[in-house]
Design a protein around this ligand. Structure first.
Ligand code: ATP
Length: 446
């Protein structure tokens, strides 16, 4: 039995569709470029990723609080942040022949179009902000933008949050929410989309202390991925060179992951200096400086940002856990050549935690098995499955990463116990039915 982690994106993308993780948006109309929908298992997984992030950021830190700001904001925000004036984000080159645009840092040959071989322009700034209009009648409505990053909502609420929660520097504000970018080179499945979700935390600090906080946050963010099971050798830091830095950034480290399509950014940890608060102060004429009542200093706090993509993290957790096993792991495959998929994902992220499988559909087994289902569903997202052979049912659960299967068999009514099977070791253990909740609380945590 050979087990490999295969690098085939094609196989992975079709697996995501077949097992209800990720679908193309508007598929019956031929799809809609770079937009994806999360299916029943995908939404559970992504919610678990967001929950794990929120727990690590907000719940477990005394000095970090949460926020949920609106997507639409005054266009003045984007004027002040530099997104409209600086030509947001990336310089682009355009092919003079086919007019496709590319990021020069993604091209090996910077002179020729990778698609048609045409001559490329020099690098220019193109605006990636998505425009919309707000108001009842379009021609009188005012122009607005869908936010391109969630952190501006945090800066808008810096004073509200500090004041209402009586916070003292240093403190952080965390937020999860949608962001929109008219990406020029979207692609690689959900890696780069035009609508995506960010998990961002802005940590406001005294500039004199920021080096210490930067180091701590950088380490904490890498540890988060490792604790949730990402393979260590596939993760690394990349320090951005001065020409890679965004207009607001003073220093930046990317956490990079070895994706099947190449090594690329998973999350950024940025020193944004006082760019945002000082610019918003200037443009809004509101004093956003912080007054330290101990030292009597008044200053613009500096910001350390940790900026992760919820979709990109979910994709990484899925890819990292996706294993292809050749030749009969569960003895339901017919030949050594046949493949089985196993999703060896951390239990906290698994979409379904437990599957309840009566050995037969007969009511004497199905009925008590359903009672177990009704009991356990109050605490965890679980599934009930009575169709097909038990081997096939195990296999289906292994594919979607369910850590435990509970089999109710013909002995169960007599010994009041069930068999619990572990996804990774495939070991089976007999557990008393009335001890199942305690058993899974220990195994699964919250
Ligand atoms: P990239 O260089 O990959 O386009 P970026 O440097 O522009 O990313 P940031 O602005 O730092 O990205 O955004 C922070 C995080 O948000 C990224 O690390 C990524 O996880 C996520 N992200 C950014 N753009 C997208 C996108 N188009 N689709 C999905 N996730 C994204």
């Amino acid at each position: 039995m050979a087990k490999t982690k295969e690098n085939s994106m094609e196989k992975f993308v079709s697996f995501c569709k077949r097992r209800g993780f990720i679908f193309q948006s508007s598929e019956i109309y031929g799809g809609f470029s770079s937009c994806y929908d999360y299916g029943p298992l995908g939404v559970e997984l992504k919610n678990n990723v967001k929950r794990a992030w929120w727990r690590a950021m907000v719940q477990e830190n005394r000095d970090i609080v949460g926020l949920d700001a609106s997507i639409l904001m005054s266009p003045k925000v984007w004027q002040a942040s530099g997104h409209l004036t600086e030509g947001f984000a990336d310089p682009m080159v355009e092919c003079k022949k086919c007019h496709k645009r590319f990021r020069p840092d993604h091209l090996e040959d910077k002179k020729r179009c990778p698609e048609c071989g045409g001559e490329l322009t020099g690098a220019r700034q193109f605006n990636l902000m998505m425009k919309t209009s707000v108001g009842p009648v379009e021609d009188t409505a005012s122009e607005a933008y869908l936010r391109a990053e969630t952190c501006q909502g945090i800066y808008m609420n810096f004073e509200n949050v500090r004041d209402s929660m009586r916070l003292k520097i240093p403190f952080g504000i965390a937020q999860i929410g949608k962001a929109f970018r008219n990406e020029i080179t979207p692609g690689n499945f959900t890696f780069r989309m035009r609508e995506f979700e960010q998990m961002e935390m802005q940590y406001f600090t005294n500039p004199k202390e920021k080096a210490r906080h930067f180091k701590k946050l950088k380490e904490a963010r890498l540890k988060w991925y490792l604790d949730l099971g990402i393979e260590k050798k596939k993760l690394k830091f990349h320090e951005q060179t001065p020409d890679e830095l965004a207009h607001y950034s003073k220093a930046a480290f990317d956490i990079e992951y070895e994706f099947p399509f190449g090594v690329d950014e998973l999350e950024g940890i940025h020193d944004r200096g006082d760019w945002d608060l000082s610019n918003h102060s200037e443009h809004s004429k509101q004093d956003l400086r912080y007054f330290d009542d101990q030292t009597k200093e008044k200053y613009f706090p500096h910001v350390i940002e940790t900026s992760a993509g919820a979709d990109r993290a979910a994709l990484t957790f899925l890819l990292d856990a996706f294993s292809v096993v050749h030749g009969g792991r569960t003895k339901t495959t017919e030949s050594a050549k046949e493949e089985e998929f196993v999703l060896k994902i951390d239990k906290r992220l698994a979409p379904i935690k437990v599957a309840i499988l009566p050995l037969s559909k007969k009511p004497e087994l199905a009925k008590p098995a359903q009672e177990i289902f009704d009991e356990l569903k109050q605490e965890w997202q679980i599934q009930y499955d009575e169709t097909g052979s038990i081997g096939r049912r195990y296999r289906r659960q292994d594919e979607i990463g369910t850590p435990y299967c509970v089999t109710f068999d013909f002995d169960s009514p007599k010994d009041k116990a069930v068999t619990v099977r572990d996804r990774d070791t495939m070991e089976q253990e007999r557990v008393k039915i009335d001890e199942l909740k305690i058993y899974f609380r220990e195994k699964l945590g919250d």
